[in-house]
Design a protein around this ligand. Sequence first.
Ligand code: SF4
Length: 259
Amino acid sequence: MLDLSTETPEIKMKFTPEEIDHLSDEFESASPQEILQWAVDTFCSNMALSSSFQTHSIPLLHMVKQIHPEMRILFLETGYHFWDTLMFREQLEQLWGLNIVDLRRDLSWNTFLQRFGKDLPETNPTLCCYIRKVQPMQIATAGLDAWITGIRRDQTDQRASAKILEIKRDGLIRVAPMLNWRRAEIDAYINHYNLPKHPLPVEQYPSVGCKPCTRAVQPGEDDRAGRWAGKGKTECGLHTDLFDKKTLSSDDFQLNIGY
Ligand code: SF4
């Protein structure tokens, strides 16, 4: 298993936790563009943005294009995406010249996945997400000062209590410029700038993840009701405690969640 404990120590104390809390509170009244500009000015090139390339991801990508077009944009290539998502990613990369980096799972899981991987999204989606999303993001952000994400408080209960700035594993600062925007503001921004939209109809697919774990929503359902439906899961783990855990193996998941 990979050892993720080798991040560069000099990033650890760029800000104290108290300073981050104070700044985060101040940013509650700032616009996403102001928060993004602060991150660019503060962390220069030692940061990256993650994007799932859904329709609601587009305003933040558009802001990045205006403010810091060279920004690294991390895309989790899980191998399970809708074809439409991969085409949309390609379209935006060409259209806006985005600096996209595809993240894939670590090869050390090969033997395990050959044996158990076929049905893993169904039998143990937490472990599947760890292998294909959480660990690749842990590795990609190790050594960075900041990680920018497009999460919003109106998406899940977990995200409702998130902060605009949070110190994560080993000093990594997670920046969430869109946290206070709601779906209506996202839609208004997209319409104002006439931005491209994911090919899947947003009324049926307001939240698009991997194909085995995404279904269309019914009228009146929550935007994320189609994600891991019936599996008792609402988050992939990027924005839960799982992200801060290191060097997990399949045994940890057997022990903890009864795989
Ligand atoms: S969303 Fe589903 S298919 Fe994608 S990584 Fe998670 S469990 Fe696996």
